[in-house]
Design a protein around this ligand. Structure first.
Ligand SMILES: [Zn+2]
Ligand SMILES: [Zn+2]
Length: 209
């Protein structure tokens, strides 16, 4: 059970990790001429599937805004749900496991649907609301721990950073070497450019500094 918990933790935290790339890092990865494919791509088919599912569940407002992408920055996690941006990200490694794609999509959709129904109320990631959403989405037996079809790397986050604006926490394996800001807030308030107001603050670390 200990291992499963760790996997779950890895899943939940990878989501945060991918959204705190510093602007400099993002520019580097996007520079033309770089050999390997890094980044994300929109999936129109999966998106309309997600939309139809949500319409059937009378979540029309959510259906309107939902987006689905493939994101190569996901490492150990099969998928990720970003409620604020109504965005589901799927790991391209799932291409090799087609049967897992639909399930992962529904698992992530359940996270977004549960939060949508809860409104401003805070809910646990895999609590009663999420389980109810899973039932509605036809995956009643879904476990909170994602059964990754690919080997998960051991991942231990020692450093916890927090955005001073939205309070989102960002666990990291390594100490940040350069100024890192909350991408969501930089996008929302500064056109996606680095903004020192949203610079992440180290709030805790385990194992000594
Ligand atoms: Zn989950
Ligand atoms: Zn923020």
């Amino acid at each position: 059970m200990r291992l499963l918990r760790q996997l779950e933790f890895a899943f939940e935290t990878t989501a945060a990790l991918t959204s705190i790339l510093s602007v400099r890092e993002r520019r580097t990865t996007k520079s033309p001429g770089e050999g390997h494919l890094i980044g994300s791509s929109h999936d129109v088919d999966l998106e309309s599937k997600a939309r139809e599912i949500l319409y059937e569940l009378d979540a029309n407002k959510l259906a309107f805004g939902i987006r689905v992408e493939w994101n190569s920055r996901l490492k150990t996690s099969a998928g990720r749900a970003d409620y604020r941006h109504k965005l589901i990200s799927l790991n391209p490694l799932l291409f090799a496991h087609p049967a897992e794609i639909d399930r992962t999509l529904r698992h992530e959709l359940a996270h977004i649907l549960a939060q949508f129904r809860a409104g401003r109320r805070r809910i646990l990631p895999h609590g009663a609301e999420w389980r109810k959403a899973c039932r509605d989405l036809g995956i009643a037996d879904e476990k909170r721990c994602h059964n990754l079809p690919f080997p998960a790397k051991r991942y231990v986050a020692r450093f916890m950073y927090r955005c001073p604006n939205c309070r989102q926490e960002f666990p990291r394996v390594h100490r940040a070497r350069r100024a890192v800001a909350c991408l969501a807030c930089c996008r929302a308030d500064n056109g996606g450019e680095f903004d020192a107001r949203f610079r992440l603050v180290l709030v805790s670390c385990s194992g000594g500094l």
